[in-house]
Design a protein around this ligand. Structure first.
Ligand SMILES: NC(=O)c1ccc[n+]([C@@H]2O[C@H](COP(=O)([O-])OP(=O)(O)OC[C@H]3O[C@@H](n4cnc5c(N)ncnc54)[C@H](OP(=O)(O)O)[C@@H]3O)[C@@H](O)[C@H]2O)c1
Length: 287
């Protein structure tokens, strides 16, 4: 097996599965994306998501709101979508302007339409191993491991980053008593002492800190498996912009046994997991 773990074959497999299920069960899944402001990267992502959705049989609609939208207006729109039976999944594109309280929004979204899995009910159910939406990036990491037949059973998995979106849910999933779980998990963050000593002990190192090329070869053990979740925009020597991960890929390539690239790694699979959650939403709403 190639040591570069690419996301594309994994996402292709997920899309094929979704497309087949939609056709077989004659589903009409609908995703509504709420997009506030005009951040160019977010705009690009939303357009890509609409295109991907269409290709596999999901209707994706975007509601564009001005960056001065009030919290009250935002909640009113969300309330309508929460109660609209034709809408299966709701995704709120980040970043949100400062006047919008993100926690309140996460708590207000209908948990059955919460395809990003940010609602406390979904996070709680995930923790208890009940059937619920799983946050897309942690789900993408597990899907990558499964696809490339990397076992986690009894392995030392070190996660860099403790966010609610990536690090914390991922750690919980890796602790499950199942085929992508049973790992011994260590979570590190900005206050962790002797970081290098901990990362050097990893069988699998997962980086999700938002620090461009932070992980270098001195921090890793020979043969480690590296999953790079980070996506950081940098300005290159030639004054152009580029995206790099949280791992110094060139520096760590030889010493690792497997490594995910950025771009072209976990991010590709995250989008597929989001759209898979839209189909899951249809199932939840049938119950
Ligand atoms: N590929 C994808 O699909 C995908 C999806 C989501 C996010 N991402 C990317 O993943 C990265 C992390 O995203 P996030 O939303 O989880 O970020 P976040 O909310 O900013 O959390 C960053 C975490 O990293 C920790 N951290 C920061 N600097 C550190 C250091 N020097 N050493 C150790 N830990 C450090 C922070 O510690 P404290 O808690 O102590 O502050 C925090 O827990 C970003 O690059 C983001 O773009 C990618």
């Amino acid at each position: 097996m190639d040591k570069i773990l690419k996301g594309l074959p994994v996402s292709r497999k997920i899309y094929a599965r979704i497309k087949e299920q939609i056709a077989r069960e004659k589903l009409n899944p609908k995703l509504v994306i709420i997009f506030v402001g005009n951040d160019p990267a977010a705009d690009y992502y939303v357009k890509m998501l609409e295109k991907k959705s269409k290709k596999i049989g999901i209707l994706a609609e975007t509601i564009k709101l001005g960056s001065a939208v009030t919290q009250t207006d935002f909640l009113q729109i969300l309330s309508k979508l929460n109660n609209d039976e034709a809408v299966n999944g709701i995704m709120i594109q980040k970043p949100l302007p400062a006047q919008i309280d993100e926690t309140m929004i996460n708590n207000f979204i209908n948990p059955q339409k919460d395809v990003d899995a940010f609602h406390p009910l979904n996070l709680g159910k995930m923790l208890l191993n009940e059937d619920a939406f799983i946050p897309c990036t942690p789900a993408a990491v597990l899907e990558m491991l499964k696809f490339y037949e990397i076992t986690t059973n009894g392995k030392n998995v070190v996660i860099l980053g403790r966010s609610n979106v990536v690090g914390k849910p991922l750690a919980n999933l890796l602790l499950r008593k199942d085929e992508t779980g049973n790992a011994t998990v260590t979570i590190c963050h900005s206050r962790t002492k002797n970081l290098k000593k901990i990362t050097q002990n990893a069988d699998i190192l997962i980086a999700a800190i938002g620090r461009p090329e932070f992980v270098s070869q001195e921090m890793i053990n020979e043969g480690v498996i590296i999953i790079d979740v980070g996506v950081n925009q940098i300005v290159t020597d030639k004054d152009t912009t580029a995206y790099v991960g949280d791992v110094n890929y060139d520096d760590c390539l030889n010493k690792s046994s497997f490594i995910t690239p950025v771009p072209g790694g976990v991010g590709t699979v995250t989008t597929a997991k989001l759209l898979q959650n839209v189909v899951k939403a249809v199932e939840f709403q049938k119950m």
